[in-house]
Design a protein around this ligand. Structure first.
Ligand code: PLP
Length: 397
């Protein structure tokens, strides 16, 4: 065993208590067992007691703990790369994007990755916002749960009195953004007090009225879990999502399905297929990564992304330009040459990577910043360059 792992697993009771003192606890229920190992559906605590993990670690471990096949592939891949910023491309990312696009219903073929469910829904909100001419309002359902980030917390029941009292999320209302809520189709305990047999989906009518009269402008999107998970595993009645899709089409509002819990759990890969309704965006997370932090959003082919790609985007060309280096930094006679090349490299890098916003202005600025740097043989400092650029032009799109 690795010596560090040996040290960790050999911590005495008093050392464990000493270490635990430094833990700043977030949400969740405390007092659960201290886990040291897992295997399939079972987990084992420090004393060797085993438990059937009915939590599946918040629906993340569909394929079980310590899944040998996954571990083998991850270990092999980690020999070459462990973390790659999304500004760079990798083959596994390409491959997974294509795989998801093949599995996805309808034309949800544009994939964007992030590392957690909450951030992925926030990414979906940005995409929805970017692709409509909306107001700032997003709609969600009563009893929904979409995460605990500052962006998503107020769309979750934990910010309301759904549990009979104001829950944890309500403590951060000053920091979170408001969502407009509409009644959920919980037919077992209908919030409108109706019975499914003769309700004519009054909750959908409420949604229509909300879009018509409660929102200034067009709603930016509606976020729905096809099965409301944390709210009580509420399976939306057949016909509901289709009727919502119709209302959305009437008002030109993109529906976003939060399938973080429903992915591969309804007998189909997507609950959207199970219900026979294709939204504009689907968000995944948790089980898709089988414990690894992978959370994509899948958008319609026609959706514009967050950064504009120039038509001739060529990542390899960008990489080659980035590799330009001066032959001899201390040689003053070559400084000008090095700066000129660097100026061109930076400019082309920016243009090729899609910073088309004021690209001419940027080009001029990069050129000036690089060629008129005050020190005679100083090295080009990309950080100070970009800080100055940021100051001069404000935020990049
Ligand atoms: C339906 C649903 N949406 C969003 C989230 C938030 O995901 P994460 O905790 O990865 O941010 C969860 C988490 O349990 C979830 O169940």
């Amino acid at each position: 065993m690795d010596s560090m792992l040996e040290k960790i697993s050999g911590l005495t009771k008093s050392e464990q208590a000493e270490c635990a003192k430094h833990m700043m606890l977030g949400g969740g229920t405390r007092g659960s067992p201290l886990l040291v190992r897992g295997n399939g559906v079972r987990v084992y605590d420090l004393d060797g007691k085993d438990y059937v993990d009915c939590t599946s670690q918040s629906w993340a471990m569909y394929l079980g703990h310590a899944n040998e096949e996954i571990n083998r592939v991850v270990a092999e891949h980690m020999q070459s790369l462990s973390h790659v910023h999304r500004g760079f491309d990798t083959l596994p990312r390409f491959y997974l994007a294509r795989k998801l696009a093949q599995l996805a219903p309808g034309d949800l073929k544009r994939i964007s990755f992030t590392v957690g469910g909450g951030p992925a829904i926030e990414a979906a909100m940005k995409i929805a916002y970017k692709n409509t001419q909306p107001s700032r309002d997003f709609i969600c359902l009563y009893d929904s749960y979409h995460g605990t980030t500052l962006g998503m917390m107020s769309a979750a029941w934990i910010s309301t009195r759904a549990s009979g009292k104001l829950a944890g999320g309500s403590r951060f209302l000053g920091l979170t953004r408001p969502f407009v809520r509409v009644p959920n189709p919980c037919c077992f305990r209908c919030p409108l007090g109706l019975k499914r047999e003769d309700c004519s989906l009054a909750c959908v009518q409420m949604l229509r009225l909300t879009m018509e009269r409660a929102i200034a402008g067009n709603a930016a999107g509606i976020i729905i879990e096809p099965i409301q998970a944390s709210g009580g595993q509420i399976i939306l009645p057949r016909g509901y999502l289709g009727a919502v899709r119709k209302v959305c089409d009437d008002f030109n509002v993109p529906p976003v399905f939060d399938e973080i819990q429903t992915y591969a759990r309804t007998g189909r890969f997507f609950a959207a297929e199970y219900f026979g309704v294709t939204p504009d965006i689907i968000v995944l997370g948790k089980g898709l990564g089988a414990g690894l932090p992978i959370a994509p959003s899948l958008s319609r082919t026609s959706c514009v992304g967050l950064i504009r790609m120039p038509r001739n985007y060529k990542p390899l060309q960008t990489a080659r330009l980035l590799k330009w280096r001066p032959r001899n930094r201390s040689n003053c006679s070559r400084t000008q040459d090095w700066r000129t090349r660097a100026a061109w490299a930076s400019t082309w890098t920016l243009v090729l990577r899609g910073c088309s916003v004021n690209s001419l202005k940027l080009a001029t600025f990069v050129w000036q910043a690089c060629t008129s740097a005050s020190s005679s043989c100083g090295t080009l400092n990309p950080r100070s360059c970009s800080t100055r650029m940021a100051r001069q032009f404000g935020r990049r799109e």
